[in-house]
Design a protein around this ligand. Sequence first.
Ligand code: HEM
Length: 294
Amino acid sequence: MAKGRGAAAALVVVLGLVVAWAPSPSSAHVQIGAYNKTCPQAEDIVYKEMTAILGKSPELAGPLLRLFSVDCFSKGPYIALPTGRRDGNNSVASDVGPNSPAPGANITDLVALFAKFNLTTKDLVVLSGAHTIGKAHCSAFSGRLYNFSGANGASDPTLDANYTAALRGQCKQADVATLVDLDPPTPTVFDLDYYKQVSAQRGLLATDAALLLQDATKAYVLRQANASSPAEFFADFAESFINMSKIGVLTHGHGEIRHKCSVVNPPSPTTSSATSLAGSLLLLVLLLGAATAV
Ligand code: HEM
């Protein structure tokens, strides 16, 4: 468990840096060490703050990781992410659906959606490995447990029968509230178990199972499921995560630095105060508040 906490902390520290911090508008661009000059202690402060928070509440790692993926570890992979990304000037729920993978998307849809954002099929199978931590609502996969393909009482035949029975025990039909671990053997540890689960037909989401339906993604799942070390996965994850972090970046006067992460700034704000250390730490706290609601 302690190992898992360290892993989650390392990951989320990086996320905190990316999402919560912002340089002064005049120097706004995404780069490694964007705050080295304006606030050299920035990364240390966020690292310590996030490690302490996740030490107390390790379950926040999953929601935070997902928050990052929707919006744009031995420890787990340490990812040196470029910083300085600015927030969007608008935030509308209707933008999320068409730009997010649906839980029932098939492998063709998934590959196409990732390609739309310049992400490869490898990015898809690697980033799906994030489901090694966190939880999903029953509603995200109950279609695989009951009435599969419209047949009353039918379950997805590609889902391991014992796992199906256990999931039916956790998720009654029409349950929309219960949360279930995406990777039951080690739900808070960033490791290779996700791939072991998927390869054994125990991938929770239909999109996890779909990775077995294409040669390249299947080969990656099987290789990681049988790997003796997570080194390749961690290196791949860092690379793909950086690719993902570059989607829709706003810099150089585009976008804004939000006073409150979940809400666009009111008209005619002076955003300069948000670049102060106090302002940035406030954003970090707000980010955590928003993450618990994901
Ligand atoms: C391949 C496309 C993807 C699909 C279809 C997908 C779908 C989902 C769904 C349906 C959930 C459950 C949400 C809920 O019921 O509350 C989930 C959870 C999660 N996803 Fe993904 N996801 C994808 C890619 C990613 C990526 C790229 C990342 C990050 C790199 C990610 C990280 C997570 C995490 C950490 C959780 C758990 C969140 C929590 O514990 O609250 N997913 N995903």
